[in-house]
Design a protein around this ligand. Structure first.
Ligand code: 4NP
Length: 154
């Protein structure tokens, strides 16, 4: 099973989702069966490590992010991945516009799949530190549910 998380810059939300979800996958001994990656719809930060505020927020909860490097989503990702999860509606609309006819990947809004308080992970980039905490809170909640779902179909 190949799962891709997508946000705008691939330096805040989607690398956080990649690290948090992978952490849970590894903790359950499923790393051989579930491949996890992330990408951004925009290309401004390609090759860069996650934002320092994202790395700091992750480190406070035991997630290592600084080795990750941003990449831009490409249409071939629709063939490489089984499930592509967008962080917000703008990301989802961007991906829908790129989606080739007959693409096999399932595309969805990450948190819409669960009964949480919100269905988007808000962009923290231009806000304060509390936004980065909120990102991890939501992603931890979503990741737990996502892994429950994925385990059922493995
Ligand atoms: P992300 O956050 O989409 O969660 O990685 C952002 C990162 C960079 C920008 C916007 C959002 N930016 O405008 O450069």
């Amino acid at each position: 099973m190949h799962i891709l998380f997508v946000c705008l810059g691939n330096i805040c939300r989607s690398p956080t989702a990649e690290a948090v979800f992978r952490h849970r996958v590894e903790a359950q001994g499923l790393a051989e069966r579930i491949f996890v990656d992330s990408a951004g719809t925009g290309g401004w930060h390609v090759g860069k490590a996650p934002d320092a505020r994202t790395c700091a927020a992750g480190a406070r909860r035991g997630y290592r992010l600084s080795h990750l490097r941003a990449r831009q989503f490409e249409s071939a990702d629709f063939q490489r991945f089984d499930l592509i999860l967008a962080m917000d509606r703008a990301n989802l609309e961007h991906l829908e516009a790129l989606r080739p006819e007959g693409a096999s990947a399932q595309l969805d809004l990450f948190l819409r799949r669960y009964e949480l308080s919100v269905d988007e992970v808000p962009d923290p980039y231009y806000g304060g530190p509390e936004g980065f905490e909120r990102v991890i809170d939501l992603i931890e909640q979503g990741s737990e549910r996502l892994l429950d779902d994925v385990r059922r179909v493995l």
